[in-house]
Design a binder for this molecule. Sequence first.
Ligand code: NAD
Ligand code: AKB
Length: 326
Amino acid sequence: MAERTERVLVTGALGQIGSELVQSLRARYGGDHVVASDMRTDASPEICEGGPCEKLDVTDGKMLAEICDRYKVDTIYHLAAILSGVGEQKPDLAFDVNMNGLKNVLDVARERKMHRVMVPSSIAVFGPTTPRDNTPQETLLRPTSMYGVTKVAGELLCDYYWQKYGLDVRGVRYPGLISYKTQPGGGTTDYAVAIYYDAIQHGKYTCFVSEDTVLPMMYMPDALRALIELAEAPGEKLRYRNAYNLAALSFSAGELAASIKKRMPEFEVVYEPDFHQAIADSWPKSIDDSDARADWNWSPEYDLDRMTDDMLAELRKQLQRVGVED
Ligand code: NAD
Ligand code: AKB
């Protein structure tokens, strides 16, 4: 257990990242010290029996403040958001949740002089005019999706609260995240998760981006470790407050399919690109994360083969547990 006694609030805690991050934080700081919150109420027994759980819509600043006061929260991991796919279909909702929700979190933290706020950003901050290979930390940020627009504005807002009020805000630009515990919530990179589910459950998958689409990705254990390591890094070493480029894997949809096919030779994929393709085409293929490596010793552990072995084994167990697979 870490030395400092933290009192943490996780927003969007029932999502792809939150459902796993809550468990990691509770293992580290103690169950009672980590409040899981989401506007949804379908928390798994694992989440709601392991510590406090609250229904919280982050666009409701009053409720957010009330929960922070009740639990004496001093650190927020702000994960509540609308991702790129849903954001293109519901741009007003994406703007409201991603901008007003973030502003509420930053204001509540500043007013209470909280210890720290962690806010994940995304490769969605980049756009078609950004260099697509080995994308640098500091570069053009002119995204074409509503999600990307809110992520750039969110990064700037976090910088502002750090510079103007000294609020200790930290963040990473996550690539697409691949995991087996909770399905992703409506992003462009969701195909890289769905392909594993469909390989096991149906032996075939219809992919919504083309075979040659290359995007940066990361396996969830690396993603969780990155956020916690950054949160615990000495502040004086951090040159960027929101947010650090992070890299782990870069592969095409075809290469991902091939890594599954190597282990399941009967597996078939067809490619039927839809509206997600334009978003994917506006994002980088690979990321330069040398600043994260230099400032807080970031280093990923999983390559594509190791991730595929783990995903297939863990997902099979998971699906058997819930009775979907024999
Ligand atoms: P997700 O969609 O899986 O989960 C988001 C959660 O937020 C959901 O449980 C949803 O119910 C909740 N939510 C939505 N609106 C809310 C509101 N108004 N109030 C409270 N809760 C609300 O998302 P995720 O993948 O867990 O992403 C978490 C963060 O990480 C987001 O900021 C996202 O932009 C960022 N990120 C994720 C990825 C990825 O691949 N998963 C990649 C880059 C960045
Ligand atoms: C999405 O596809 O929207 C997310 C992301 C990369 O931010 N997975």
